[in-house]
Design a protein around this ligand. Structure first.
Ligand SMILES: Nc1ncnc2c1ncn2[C@@H]1O[C@H](COP(=O)(O)OP(=O)(O)OP(=O)(O)O)[C@@H](O)[C@H]1O
Ligand SMILES: [Mg+2]
Length: 356
C-alpha cells in the first residue's frame, strides 16, 4: 500500500497490530529463504478485562510495542524492512478484469473502479494495484486492486510512529494471509480457504494457484465466542474468557448450561454458526464468480484458530477438510523454537516474509 524506495536488508520484521494483541516476527534473510530470529505475542488488555474494538489509540498500543521491541532486542532505527498491515472497514482488496490499458491510463481507470467497491471519496482514497496477468486470447488484464482511506492508513501509521517505527510497506491483512499460506504450505491445484480468526473480525480469503483471489472480512472473532459463553452460562467476562480457553466449543461436564429465557430465543445464533454460514455463502458466491468449486482445504489462523472444537465444527458444517495452519513450515527454526507452531502468528509471518 505504501512503499518507500527499495532498500537492501538482511533482517525483516512483520508487525500485526490487532485489537486484542500485537504480534511481532523477526526474521533473518538467508541466501535462499528465512531463519526465525525471534517472535512475540502480547495482549494489549490485561487478562480478564473485556477488549474493545474501536480504539486504536497510540497510548494503548505504543507502550506495548515498545516493550516488545525491547524484549526482542530490536532497535527501531536499525530495522530497514518493516511490514505491517491494515484491514476491516474501509479497506478493500479485489481481483478485477479490465480491457488492456497502457500504464498511463491504468491508474486513473482503476481509481474509478476502486470507487465502486469502497465507499470513500476520491480525495480520501489510497490505491495500490498489481497486474497479475494479461490473457493471451482476449488481451484482458487481471488486476489485484487494493484500496483504503487516508484516515485508516494515518491512524495505523500514527500508532507505529509513536512507538518509534516507520513501516516500509503497509499491506492489506487478507493479502498477507494469502502470502503466509502460499509461502508456508504445500499448495497443490485447487482452491483453498484461509480464515484469520482474530478478536473482533475474521479475514476470509479464497484462493488457488490457478484460481481467482477473493477476500472479505467478517465481523466475528474471539470476542463473540466469549460473549456467547457469558450469555449461555451466565458468566462474567473474565470467567467466560477462562472457560473459552479451557473448553472452547466443547462442553464442560462439571458446569452444565443453565437454561434461561434468553437462551430460548432461537434467533440468537451462535458465533460458530454465523461463521459457518458466512463461509458457505462466500463459497457459493466464489463458485459463481470464479467458476471453480474444487475446494481442497480450510486453514485456520489467528488466536481464535486455537479454539477447541472449531476446526471439527467448521469441517462438519461446510464439508471441506479443515485444519489449523502451521505458520513456520518454510522458515528455518533454531532448536529453542522447535515446538512453537502458534497459528496466532500466521499474519505476522506473512508480513515478515513479504519482499517488495
Ligand atoms: N488458546 C486459545 N483458545 C481460544 N481462544 C484463544 C486462544 N488464544 C487466544 N485466543 C483468542 O484469540 C483472540 C486474539 O487473537 P488475535 O491476536 O489473532 O486477534 P487480534 O489480531 O488482536 O484481533 P483482530 O484481528 O480482530 O483485530 C482473543 O479473542 C483471544 O481470546
Ligand atoms: Mg488480527
Amino acid at each position: 500500500m505504501k512503499k518507500n524506495k527499495t532498500v537492501r536488508f538482511k533482517e525483516t520484521v512483520g508487525i500485526d497490530v490487532g485489537t486484542h494483541s500485537v504480534k511481532i516476527v523477526h526474521l533473518k534473510k538467508l541466501h535462499d529463504g528465512f531463519k526465525l530470529l525471534n517472535y512475540e505475542v502480547r495482549p494489549t488488555v490485561p487478562q480478564g478485562v473485556e477488549y474493545v474494538l474501536s480504539d486504536l489509540r497510540p497510548e494503548r498500543y505504543a507502550p506495548v510495542i515498545v516493550e516488545m521491541l525491547k524484549t526482542l532486542r530490536i532497535a527501531p532505527k536499525r530495522i530497514k524492512h518493516l511490514v505491517s498491515s491494515i484491514g476491516g472497514d474501509n479497506t478493500s482488496i479485489k481481483q478485477i478484469k479490465t480491457i488492456f490499458l497502457p500504464d498511463d491510463e491504468l491508474e486513473s481507470a482503476l481509481f474509478f473502479e476502486a470507487k465502486k467497491h469502497i465507499p470513500i471519496s476520491g480525495t480520501d482514497m489510497v490505491l495500490d494495484y498489481q497486474v497479475l496477468s494479461v490473457e493471451e486470447k482476449t488481451n484482458n488484464m487481471n488486476i489485484l486492486l487494493a484500496a483504503t482511506s487516508k484516515d485508516v492508513l494515518n491512524d495505523h501509521t500514527n500508532v507505529l510512529a509513536t512507538a518509534g517505527l516507520s513501516p516500509h510497506i503497509v499491506d492489506i491483512d487478507s493479502l498477507a494471509v494469502a502470502n503466509s499460506f502460499a509461502l508456508n504450505a504445500f499448495v497443490e491445484e485447487g482452491v483453498y480457504v484461509l480464515l484469520n480468526l482474530g478478536a473482533h473480525r475474521t479475514n476470509m480469503v479464497i484462493w488457488g494457484p490457478d484460481s481467482k483471489f477473493f477476500a472479505r472480512d467478517i465481523p466475528y472473532g474471539g470476542f463473540h465466542f466469549t460473549t456467547d459463553i457469558m450469555r449461555k452460562r451466565q458468566m462474567e467476562w473474565g470467567a467466560a474468557e477462562t472457560h473459552k480457553f479451557e473448553f472452547g466449543l466443547l462442553d464442560d461436564p462439571s458446569h452444565p448450561v443453565v437454561q434461561t429465557i434468553s437462551m430460548l430465543d432461537i434467533s440468537e445464533k451462535s458465533t460458530e454458526d454465523a461463521i459457518a454460514e458466512e463461509l458457505r455463502r462466500s463459497l457459493r458466491f466464489y463458485v459463481k464468480e470464479a467458476g471453480n468449486s474444487d475446494f481442497r482445504k480450510i486453514y485456520l489462523m489467528g488466536g481464535t484458530a486455537k479454539l477447541k472444537g472449531l476446526p471439527e465444527y467448521l469441517q462438519d458444517k461446510v464439508n471441506v477438510p479443515t485444519e489449523v495452519f502451521m505458520p513456520f513450515t518454510n522458515v528455518e527454526m533454531p532448536e529453542k523454537f522447535q515446538d512453537k507452531k502458534d497459528p496466532q502468528l500466521g499474519l505476522a509471518i506473512g508480513l515478515a516474509m513479504r519482499m517488495e
